[in-house]
Design a protein around this ligand. Structure first.
Ligand code: IDP
Ligand code: MG
Length: 147
């Protein structure tokens, strides 16, 4: 089964929307394999967003993602990476379709509410960055055969 990493960014916590967002994933049929509320350190943020180091928005990106607690989640399903990215919507909420998370809850790229891994390879690296193996829960959901 495929896994992906999601970050409900600090504005999702401050706007008290984390329940709504988690609920969307549960209803779609994604299983929560790991989850925590934590403040991302500058070091972890810099590693996570290393490919954006040269971007003009890099400093704002790091200062925003470290500005308060985020919720970090590992989600699991068939094609989890593709499904979750499609639920999240495009990077710029101005282009995001209604019905996607960014299309429903966000207006600016800098405060686009949520991160989701963009490939199976990045998901593996991101899960390792944010979770130790003992934080990953191995359990069965009784609804699984019905999905
Ligand atoms: P993604 O989150 O949709 O995968 P990326 O291109 O990987 O988008 O960019 C990482 C994050 O950097 C975005 O989620 C967004 O918060 C921020 N970002 C990307 N482009 C811009 C921009 O043009 N202005 C401000 N922030 C941006
Ligand atoms: Mg990305």
């Amino acid at each position: 089964m495929e896994q992906t990493l999601v970050i409900l960014k600090p504005n999702a916590v401050q706007r008290e929307l984390i329940g709504d967002l988690i609920s969307r994933f549960e209803r779609r049929g994604l299983k929560i394999t790991a989850m925590k509320l934590c403040s991302i350190s500058t070091e972890t943020a810099a590693h996570h967003y290393r490919e954006h180091l040269e971007e003009p928005f890099y400093e704002d990106l790091i200062s925003f993602i470290t500005s308060g607690p985020s919720v970090i989640i590992v989600l699991e399903s068939l094609a989890a990476v593709t499904i979750v990215r499609s639920m999240v919507g495009t990077t710029n909420p101005a282009d995001a379709a209604p019905g996607t998370i960014r299309g429903d809850f966000a207006t600016s790229p800098g405060h686009n509410m949520i991160h989701a891994s963009d490939s199976i390879e990045s998901a593996k690296k991101e899960i390792e960055l944010f979770f130790s193996s003992d934080e990953m829960m191995n359990y069965k959901l009784s609804v699984r055969p019905w999905l």
